[in-house]
Write a protein that binds this ligand. Structure first.
Ligand SMILES: Cc1cc2nc3c(=O)[nH]c(=O)nc-3n(C[C@H](O)[C@H](O)[C@H](O)COP(=O)(O)OP(=O)(O)OC[C@H]3O[C@@H](n4cnc5c(N)ncnc54)[C@H](O)[C@@H]3O)c2cc1C
Length: 384
């Protein structure tokens, strides 16, 4: 089942990175085909959740602050042009107890980049958010203009816009390409064979399965559980506007207000066990549910007996230190490896796609932090 159509670029994967890359390529007048085994932001994809945080604070890692700022502008433009609600400006509050220095570093970076922020001590936090128990918190950094992205809706919207701009889309599982030198075509099971000048593999947590020898030990897919708690009837203190999106680095926990009435979201940011994204169980563990219940009861006393109204199980696709992977395949010069979102990549979809589309079209310099050579086989998390 050979296809005659010759594309400039074929993108494999319509998670947040593949979709935005296709969109930016289309804006550069490239003829693009996107292939995905299951569909855009499906339930097994890392991009398939309800919501994702978009914040500017990244300690000293200014490159991510700048990408986040650039991305937020593009998410908002997408929302405006599509008429879809994709962003909730809830504000993002990063809290710290001990002296890690991360908040101070973020404050300095935000200041240098001209991004609005507010430092608060415990007394100020308790006054502003009396529904929260700030036990163990010494300070908070509030980004009033940041917030939460509607993840699945955002990815599906950018794919729809990409299609309107001429991008073709097919469901099909792409077979691992073999050999050395320039790749001419790829095969997708029960779909066909497709040729192109360049190929992008934006396969998220599947990257290690698609390229087992090269990436099997360099991408670490870990199980991540997310829970939503229902407020008591008539309760408004956990709605956007009353409660910001929040992260508490000492406990490695984050959460969001009750967006679109799904309940207060909370999750642990620690890396779970290694999993296979095709087959891992999507049912939360009893241990995870008990832990989350206790945490919510302590932090938000009014939610002490709140029911769990929804759950999700997803996976991070971590690189060794949390930096993204955006580089050419070492044996196939027209094949690009794109991923390694590492639990913080979603927000950066637009800037990631813009950068990669630029690289493919020969624009701009390559950032060494995103190179394959910088990706180790032992995890040592450094980007948060
Ligand atoms: C619980 C959770 C919370 C998170 N929170 C945040 C957050 O608050 N803020 C933030 O910025 N980021 C967050 N992240 C990280 C972010 O969501 C991910 O880094 C990002 O979505 C990864 O996108 P991706 O496009 O690389 O992968 P995916 O979305 O997984 O997309 C990869 C696609 O490739 C396709 N594919 C794979 N192999 C093949 C093949 N052989 N043939 C065809 N198609 C194939 C898959 O079907 C899939 O659709 C979170 C992640 C999780 C799991």
């Amino acid at each position: 089942m050979a296809e005659s159509s010759n594309y400039d670029v074929i993108v494999v994967g319509t998670g947040v990175f593949g979709s935005w890359t296709a969109w930016h390529l289309a804006k550069r007048k490239q003829k693009v085909l996107v292939l995905d085994a299951y569909g855009a932001a499906h339930s097994r994809a890392s991009s398939g959740g309800e919501t994702r945080i978009i914040r500017m604070s990244y300690g000293r890692d200014e490159i991510y602050t700048r990408w986040s700022e650039r991305s937020l502008a593009q998410w908002k433009e997408l929302a405006a042009s599509s008429g879809q609600q994709i962003f909730h400006q809830t504000g993002v509050l990063w809290m710290e107890g001990g002296e890690t220095g991360r908040i101070k570093d973020s404050q300095a970076t935000l200041h240098r980049c001209g991004i609005a922020h507010e430092m608060m001590d415990t007394a100020a936090l308790s006054e502003r958010y009396p529904q929260v128990n700030f036990e163990g918190v010494s300070r908070g950094l509030l980004e009033p203009w940041s917030g939460a992205l509607l993840a699945r809706r955002g990815v599906q919207t950018v794919m729809e816009e990409a299609k309107k701009a001429g991008v073709d889309f097919r469901i099909g599982q792409v077979v691992t390409p073999s050999g050395r030198g320039r790749l001419g075509s790829i095969a997708a099971a029960s779909c066909g064979t497709f040729s192109a000048g360049q190929f992008v593999f934006a396969c998220g947590p599947w990257l290690g399965k698609v390229f087992p020898e090269l990436l099997g030990q360099r991408i670490f897919p870990t199980r991540q559980e997310v829970l939503f708690f229902g407020s008591p009837a008539g309760e408004t203190r956990f709605l956007p506007g009353a409660l910001p999106t929040w992260l508490f680095s000492d406990d490695e926990v984050y959460g969001m207000p009750d967006i679109e009435s799904r309940g207060l979201k909370m999750a642990r940011d620690t890396h779970g066990e290694r999993v296979d994204p095709d087959t891992q169980s999507r049912i939360v563990s009893t241990e995870g549910a008990v832990w989350a219940r206790n945490y919510v009861a302590r932090r938000f006393p009014a939610l002490k007996n709140a029911p769990i109204v929804e759950t999700r199980v997803c996976q991070y696709e971590n690189t060794s230190n949390g930096d993204f992977l955006i580089d050419r395949h070492p044996d196939m010069p027209n094949v690009w490896l794109a991923g390694g979102g590492s639990g913080h990549g979603f927000k950066h979809g637009p800037a990631f796609g813009e950068y990669l589309a630029g690289q493919i079209c020969g624009e701009g310099h390559a950032e060494s932090r995103f190179s394959l050579a910088s990706k180790a086989t032992v995890q040592q998390r450094a980007v948060y």
